[in-house]
Design a protein around this ligand. Structure first.
Ligand SMILES: Cc1ncc(COP(=O)(O)O)c(C=O)c1O
Length: 390
């Protein structure tokens, strides 16, 4: 390494994800139960796997159009029409990306000028803050509070808006809290965005992972929102396709064109066989997702009720995604130290709430994307670990 070598401040100032830290700790340790992972534990549907294999056998292993294969863009347009009655042009208003993660990065790079403020949920998905910083923006926390069931609230957001506010990132169902939003709450936030001329990046990757017969409302359906919203979505969660790395963005054509420019120079296109697999996911039976969500629901109820029975834990019933966000303040440790304690004593991996923002401190995120019996055993282990806590 050259003596004067230094990592550029752009990246040196950005912290490593707290989620990674724990996985690194667990490497090589036997008998660990992970409630840390943010991905479904289900195998991707067989017709999706077949489509990927077929694409490879047919030699579809080359670059695709930068925006993604037309078949997939048309499939996404059809989905948006069917699910939400929204109309998009497959030629100019859809971009297929390498996961929702890339779409978020591109949207921020396309929208944020140095010093622009970006409202982000706190606690929120680990990508938001670093991506705002990479775009030279200023992240501003929008509080998701336990007393409000971690729901975003327009009244709490309003005082945070300044002359520099440009973008708001919304994410419901939410990672890490599992919170959802009522129709009226979304309408309130949408109204705020219109009044203050904000663009909204609406991260809807958990749109299909909802419980108790609740239906998702896409932000772009609200009055005045279609042309100021970039809807970000992904195949990762709905179809258990995290490793395929296919996500997408839908929005007004000027914005999609700018994002496409970035995408062209960063990844050129999403993985070709994976795009064919994604077409099969959209066209095939949707019962895979329904069955998966039914199983998540069983685990959700177990985790919620058992955690609340353990002295020192307090947990709101999550309405979506596959996370529970439990208050552990009574133990008097930082969330990172307490996660370490559960790992050392019980060999259970959880994620410290502080990894998701300042307001996540005092909480642990539990993912229930792990077999029911494993969740059960993890809870037994946590209960025992807590008995010896002093
Ligand atoms: C809220 C949220 N958005 C986006 C993503 C990105 O998913 P992917 O890049 O796999 O599409 C995740 C993954 O955990 C997430 O939780």
């Amino acid at each position: 390494m050259p003596r004067h070598f230094k990592i550029a401040t752009r990246l040196s100032g950005i912290r490593t994800s707290g989620i990674r830290r724990l996985f690194d700790l667990a490497q090589g340790v036997p008998d660990v139960i992970s409630l840390g992972l943010g991905e479904p534990d289900f195998v991707s549907p067989p017709h999706v796997l077949e489509a990927a294999k077929l694409a490879m056998d047919e030699g579809k292993t080359h670059y695709t159009p930068n925006a993604g294969i037309l078949e997939l863009r048309e499939g996404l347009v059809k989905k948006m029409k069917q699910d939400y009655g929204l109309t998009y042009d497959p030629q100019s208003e859809v971009l297929v990306t390498a996961g929702g993660t890339e779409a978020i990065f591109l949207a921020l790079t396309a929208l944020v000028n140095p010093g622009d403020e970006v409202l982000i949920p706190d606690p929120g998905f680990v990508c938001y803050e670093p991506n705002v910083l990479l775009a030279d923006g200023v992240p501003v926390s929008m509080p998701l509070l336990e007393e409000n069931n971690f729901r975003l609230d327009a009244d709490a957001v309003m005082p945070l808006i300044t002359d520099r506010s440009r973008v708001m990132i919304m994410n419901f169902p939410n990672n890490p809290t599992g919170s959802i939003l009522s129709y009226d709450a979304i309408a309130g936030l949408a109204k705020l965005a219109v009044e203050h001329d904000l663009i909204v990046i609406s991260d809807e990757v958990y749109e299909k992972i909802l419980y108790d017969n609740v239906k998702h409302h896409c932000l772009a359906t609200f009055p005045g929102m279609r042309d100021r919203t970039i809807v970000v979505n992904s195949f990762s969660k709905t179809y258990a396709m995290t490793g395929f790395r296919v996500g997408y963005a839908l929005g007004p054509k000027e914005l999609i064109a700018s994002m496409l420019k970035g995408h062209q120079y960063i990844t050129a296109c999403a993985n070709a066989p994976a795009q064919y697999a994604a077409v099969a996911a959209l066209e095939g039976p949707q019962s895979f997702t329904e069955n998966m969500v039914r199983e998540f629901d069983r685990r959700r109820r177990l985790l919620h009720s058992r955690l609340n029975e353990i002295e020192g834990f307090r947990c709101v019933l999550p309405g979506g995604a596959f996370y529970a966000f439990a208050n552990v303040k009574q133990f008097g440790l930082s969330s990172e130290k307490f996660a370490d304690y559960l790992f050392d004593k019980g060999k259970v991996l959880t994620v410290a709430g502080a990894s998701f923002g300042e307001l996540g401190e005092g909480y642990l995120r539990f993912s229930y994307a792990t077999a029911y019996n494993k969740v059960k055993e993890a809870l037994d282990r946590i209960e025992n670990a807590v008995k010896t806590f002093s």
